[in-house]
Write a protein that binds this ligand. Sequence first.
Ligand SMILES: C[S@@+](CC[C@H](N)C(=O)[O-])C[C@H]1O[C@@H](n2cnc3c(N)ncnc32)[C@H](O)[C@@H]1O
Length: 208
Amino acid sequence: MPTDFDKQTYWHHRFANETSFEWLLSSADFISILKPLLINLEPSSARILHLGSGTSDLHNHFRQLGFLDVTNVDYEPLAVERGRQLEQQAFGDVKMKYSVADATKSLLSSSNSNDQETHNNDKFDLVVDKSTADAISCGGDEQVRNMAHCVRECLADDAVWVSMSYSESRFDIGEIPFNVEVLAKIPTPKNAATDPDIFHWCYLLRPK
Ligand SMILES: C[S@@+](CC[C@H](N)C(=O)[O-])C[C@H]1O[C@@H](n2cnc3c(N)ncnc32)[C@H](O)[C@@H]1O
């Protein structure tokens, strides 16, 4: 990936014209990988955090399955606006949540609060990202470790983080507060039968 992918200015220019794009794989395919986890969540109450939402329609797939408490976060305001527009276009209204925030900084809106109850209300039952850790990795491993700590901080008990990446070593970055498993290894399309096998990697990260 070009190093600019960790820079907000890159995404700002890109989203000025781009209204819809899916990185790595379609949202329908990502949702199929998530299905075994989603069946353990109650759609009417589960809190899902979608990090680096970009111009993906992943949130609409969650809503289609009945999940409304989906918080879509991106550090680029145009991406957040695109997300809202995509929901409005698909459903005729906006019910999910949208927030401009940096995934490498604290994601708890009440992070300065000592109120445990408020903290628990901010926590999520599932955190997902599709190639957002990849973009952040262009700023170095330290930034991905920062992201990992922020995600850990906002996970509810028994919650997990699912991260879709092009890298087979995305989380080989030293100490992070997660045990990392490969949930799925997805072959990418080939132009010719003789092309080498290239995979995308879906990681399941469970808090240590
Ligand atoms: C490779 S794109 C993936 C977009 C979308 N998830 C998809 O699958 O199509 C990376 C996204 O992460 C966002 N992003 C990059 N660094 C970020 C950060 N530190 N905090 C929040 N969002 C970030 C970018 O604005 C962009 O929307």
